[in-house]
Design a protein around this ligand. Structure first.
Ligand code: PLP
Length: 411
């Protein structure tokens, strides 16, 4: 089945007990068994079965099966947030003394997790230029246990060469983890380009309506857990095969961190995913039009969007994402004052700290998300003081452009 069909039908058959066509919300903490033996079998893994919703829940499982099919993976684990997914994967792959290579310019929460939180537990992260495969190669060490990239970094808008970095990781025996939040499986299935693990913040395009936080981890089946440097996962691989890493998380790291999703949020993510293929097409179409409009506007000094022909990553992005370039773009207005005037005068676009909503969102990153950094650091991170980030929504694009036109008049 193709992606539009999987988004609607993947992983769910009408409930055999009731015929319910929508996935029921199994709002329960635990699951009752008639016989002592049956619950013991569920605990030991001798028989499949739900035990407690911190470990698994049928509504969340339906979501996990659907995302597995959309990503073309072997299995999925859903989490309370994108950060929980990143924390679970990182803690599942590393121990004290291990090393991570991550691309620079990625989501601030992820940078903080690697550079601050994980560093407290003795795991060191080297950040490298997302646009340089050599930088990834040169940063690898014998104790590197994970290489991490985002498909399009935000807000720098760098596009890493995922297929080539995947080869470098394969040679080094280090799992390649790709955060596919901003492109979603509609634009890219990282597993088809050699990624081993795919991560999502569901809070963005997959939910699509800005109504709940969530995360997910998909194993693409590319990494051979029977070999490689992970002794505990190797042991599990004898029994769980390709699902060894996810079993390692569900039976240990994820279970112990307690970062399970709420069944109600899983229901909302399932609902969101149904319209994802259509929404992503509309997001990309609108973003392309808005980028071209801004690029021709006399008050805009620079537009950063991989869909523009002059963009450094245009060719690579075009190849990777099938001629679509996502919904996030940034532009510069010449001064902090001008950027703030634009935000103050936009009416349709909402000024808030999120991306991937169906509605158009704008933010001035320098005074908000990046306010804790010095102007010099911000410049290096690709966040000059006059930058505006836009997450282009699926409204009629004429209305988005009219709103921007009015706001730019006041700049
Ligand atoms: C938002 C985001 C995250 C973190 O996800 P939350 O659901 O907010 O915890 C991770 N990666 C990217 C690319 C994001 O945009």
């Amino acid at each position: 089945m193709d992606i539009e069909t999987l988004a609607l039908h993947g992983g769910y058959l009408p409930d055999p007990a009731t015929g319910a066509s929508a996935t029921p919300i199994h709002q329960t903490a635990a699951y009752a068994y008639d016989a002592a033996d049956d619950l013991a079998d569920a605990f030991s893994g001798r028989a499949p079965g739900y035990i407690y919703s911190r470990i698994g829940n049928p509504t969340s499982s339906a979501f996990e099966r659907r995302l597995t099919e959309l990503e073309g993976g072997v299995g999925c684990l859903s989490c309370s947030s994108g950060m929980a997914a990143i924390a679970s994967v990182s803690m599942g792959l590393t121990r004290v003394g291990d090393h991570i290579v991550a691309s620079g310019g990625i989501f601030g929460g992820t940078v903080s997790f690697f550079a601050k939180t994980l560093a407290r537990f003795g795991v060191e992260t080297t950040f490298v230029d997302a646009g340089s495969v050599d930088a990834f190669r040169n940063a690898l060490r014998p104790n590197t246990r994970m290489v991490f990239v985002e498909t399009i970094t935000n807000p720098r808008m760098d596009v890493p060469d995922i297929p080539t970095i995947a080869e470098v990781c394969r040679e080094a025996g280090a799992p390649f983890v790709v955060d596919n939040t901003v492109t979603t499986p509609i634009l890219l299935r990282p597993g088809e380009h050699g990624a081993d693990i795919v991560i999502h913040s569901l809070s963005k395009f997959i939910n699509g309506h800005g109504n709940s936080i969530g995360g997910a981890i998909v194993d693409t089946g590319n990494f051979d857990w029977r070999n490689g440097p992970f002794e505990d996962i190797k042991l599990l691989a004898a029994r769980a095969g390709k699902l060894a890493f996810l079993a390692h998380l569900r039976m240990l790291i994820y279970r112990d961190l307690g970062c399970c999703p709420s069944p109600f949020n899983s229901f909302l993510h399932l609902l969101g995913i149904e319209g994802l293929p259509m929404r992503m097409e509309a997001h990309c179409r609108n973003a392309q039009a808005v980028a071209e409009y801004l690029a021709n506007h006399p008050k805009v000094t620079r537009v950063n969007y991989p869909g523009l022909k002059a963009n450094r990553y245009h060719e690579l992005a075009s190849h990777l994402f099938g001629g679509r370039f996502g919904a996030i773009l940034t532009f510069r207005t010449g001064s902090t004052k001008a950027a703030e005037a634009f935000i103050d005068n936009a009416r349709l676009a909402q000024n808030l700290a999120n991306i991937g909503d169906s509605k158009t969102l704008i933010i001035h990153p320098a005074s908000t998300i990046f306010q804790e950094f010095s102007p010099a650091d911000r410049e290096a991170m690709g966040v000059p003081d006059d930058l505006i980030r836009v997450s282009v929504g699926v409204e009629n694009v004429k209305d988005i452009i009219a709103d921007f036109e009015t706001a730019l008049e006041k700049v």
